[in-house]
Ligand binder design. Sequence first.
Ligand code: F6P
Ligand code: MN
Length: 333
Amino acid sequence: MQLGETITQFITQEQRRTGGTGDFTAVLNDTLTACKAIANAVNKGALVGVLGSAEKENVQGETQKKLDVISNMMMLKSNEWGGHLAGMASEEMDDVYPIPDGYPVGKYLLVFDPLDGSSNIDVNISVGTIFSILRCPDGVTRPTAKDFLQPGTRQVCAGYALYGPATMLVMTTGQGVNGFTLDRNVGEFILTHTNMRIPESTREFAINASNGRFWEPPVKRYIDECLAGKDGPRKENFNMRWVASMVAEVHRILTRGGIFLYPKDTKDPTKEGRLRLMYEANPMSFIVEQAGGVSTTGRARILDIEPHDLHQRVPVILGSRQEVERVISYHTS
Ligand code: F6P
Ligand code: MN
């Protein structure tokens, strides 16, 4: 039996090819360690008393789960000491997290959603961690929120860990998308999914249909046409999935195609969308585009959005090219 290619091996080889300094490889390694620790906590669940509510609210006004708080802490502690980051920002924290005194400051910024889909955690359904690595603007050693507000096109790397039946790490540095599976006995992510590509066409959609009455006309039209199946204008039957965990949803789409929609709606007019631009939409859009898919608000490419707030929300429609382009065309016609 042979050990496959580890993610560190894979990234180091990429670093040699592109003449990198090794700083990025070091950042990624620390993030991977956090993901392995989170996988361990998620996997043990009730055995180690980590399920249930933390009885606290985050900046978004959402009740935090114990595992949201634990995962956030694991990401911070695993990444703060390495000397390659200048700061971090997380969905679970109001403000930017500076590198604590006593540690060297580096040239990258790390942005993350430590436990995406955490409403699923107590019912033992897949959750994940989403991360994005940006460059810290030149000369900045104590970054503030505005230093993080870079469009998604400027991401150096984006990835997610999926804590499902197997723990997987999927990432891109702008050279395609690769997937790695955690071998728990070895403690390493091993390359198992090379150059992941999203099929161009699909007959499977994912949307929280309970929001149907709040959708805008283009999305209503698209979903109505899917539901009409063979008898409708599409003349084909569609299938539907909704895991309520964006990581799981994107992973399914990367594996077998599909379209995911969390569109703009009128449910809460104060919110532009449900998903967070910096922690969820941008990293997932980078991955989806690198795998040949499309990601949009319906009206604009997500990666082109100039962020104005760390915790900004946006509508997200992503996945197989043909279907997403159809939804875009419904928004413009
Ligand atoms: O973090 C946001 C999130 O949990 C996503 O992972 C998921 O796609 C969505 O919210 C689920 O939303 P809802 O609760 O409306 O189904
Ligand atoms: Mn999330």
